[in-house]
Design a binder for this molecule. Structure first.
Ligand SMILES: [Zn+2]
Length: 232
């Protein structure tokens, strides 16, 4: 097995502790995409500007983190557009050109009956499919054809606090999941050569294990890269 390549994505930023995460990743030379909620971005622009200045990519994670299948198309467009404007402002404040426009659906919910229309709308807003080299999972084809950025490996650390009937109930379970050879969904960090899009969250309640999780990924000799935007 060759060295595993991964694209690190951090969702639900910016929390009050985002800057600490940015500094930790910087200290480890790990690049990442922070998918930001518009409502949080509006309140904590400063830390997002700091992340951009330090080479991180900021992506759009909608305004208020609602399930798109439960919203009408008009409201979905507002969710995307409002957040896009805040991201634009953050890049301007950072004095960095925004070369990558990427989007991640809250809960990975692609919008139900509006799915196609949302993909088209994202394109009209300048969002583009990201080039994520080296992902070889058959099931990825569906996601590879979409404008939004999905993931292949969900760290699932949030389940400790959020899901009652999950098999992940403790910090130990989260770390064991990193070594799962045949997970029920998604890829495997140790049983496949494929590149991965790793999903972790900027939640305050799991902040204390963020650094440990990053350390463990580093010990697994994962090489982190940033996605590239596909040409027009
Ligand atoms: Zn989210």
């Amino acid at each position: 097995m060759g060295k595993k390549i991964a694209y690190l994505t951090v969702d639900d930023s910016p929390s009050k502790l985002m800057k600490e995460k940015v500094d930790y990743l910087l200290s480890k030379s790990i690049p990442a995409v922070f998918f930001c909620r518009g409502d949080f971005l509006e309140k904590r622009m400063k830390d997002v500007v700091y992340a951009i200045k330090n080479g991180f990519i900021v992506g759009n994670h909608a305004y208020s983190h609602k399930r798109f299948s439960e919203l009408n198309l008009k409201d979905i467009k507002i969710e995307i557009t409002k957040t896009d404007a805040f991201i634009e402002k953050a890049y301007k404040k950072a004095g960095i050109e925004r070369t990558i426009k990427c989007f991640r659906f809250p809960y990975g919910n692609s919008g139900g009956k509006n799915k196609e229309k949302i993909q088209k709308f994202l394109e009209t807003k300048g969002y583009k499919k990201q080039i994520l080299r080296g992902i070889t999972y058959d099931w990825w084809d569906e996601f590879d054809n979409r404008v939004d950025t999905y993931w292949t490996f969900d760290i699932r650390e949030y389940e400790i606090h959020r899901e009652k009937f999950s098999e992940i109930n403790s910090i130990k379970d989260v770390f064991n999941h990193l070594k799962d050879k045949s997970p029920k969904r998604g890829g495997s960090l140790i049983a496949s050569d494929s590149a991965e899009v790793i999903l972790i969250h900027d939640h305050e309640e799991t902040h204390k294990i963020f650094k440990k999780l990053i350390d463990r990924l580093t010990e697994m000799e994962i090489e982190f890269r940033l996605p590239e935007s596909s040409p027009l």
